[in-house]
Design a protein around this ligand. Sequence first.
Ligand SMILES: [Fe+2]
Ligand SMILES: [Fe+2]
Length: 198
Amino acid sequence: MKTSAKPKTSKKPVKTAGEPILIPRTQQATDLRELFTDSLKDIYWAENALTKALPKMIKQASSADLVNALTDHLAVTEEQVTRLEQVFGLLNEKVQAKKCDAMEGLIKEGEEIMQSTAEGMVRDAGIIAAGQKVEHYEIATYGTLCAFAKILGENESAELLLLSLNEEKDADDKLSEVAELSINLAAAGETEDNSEEN
Ligand SMILES: [Fe+2]
Ligand SMILES: [Fe+2]
């Protein structure tokens, strides 16, 4: 009987019940540069996904201010995709996307909010809430990427990533402004209308 069977060396991620999937050691990031490029691939996927998600949000939005804010940010997002391609170029890395589970979840949540709210002010408020979660995720991501780029001495990349970071902050501020101005005004108007009826 043969007893020299080799242990299985499967290259597939190892999954133990209830534990995160473990990537084989050969594929794990071993230095900050690798983690940096992995994170770039992640946000590249996320930005591309947003160029498809934003038009759906624009279609569902009622307030002109919200439509404008989202339309402006769609154009900004498309530029951010190009900017990330520039960063890959600066790092001599292949332009590559890696599925971002977090952004996929945030976009899915946004779709659910749009389906479960009545068109008008309430759906607009839901779109703003979902949009701001996306912006906060992007702010966190670009903040980290900027820090990584600086530590790695990739100053040109850091400058480009900082531009995107600031655009995400502006988008977040703009959404807060739209919420405070148009949606709160509309909500107040509806309340007044209701009280007049009574
Ligand atoms: Fe973005
Ligand atoms: Fe954004």
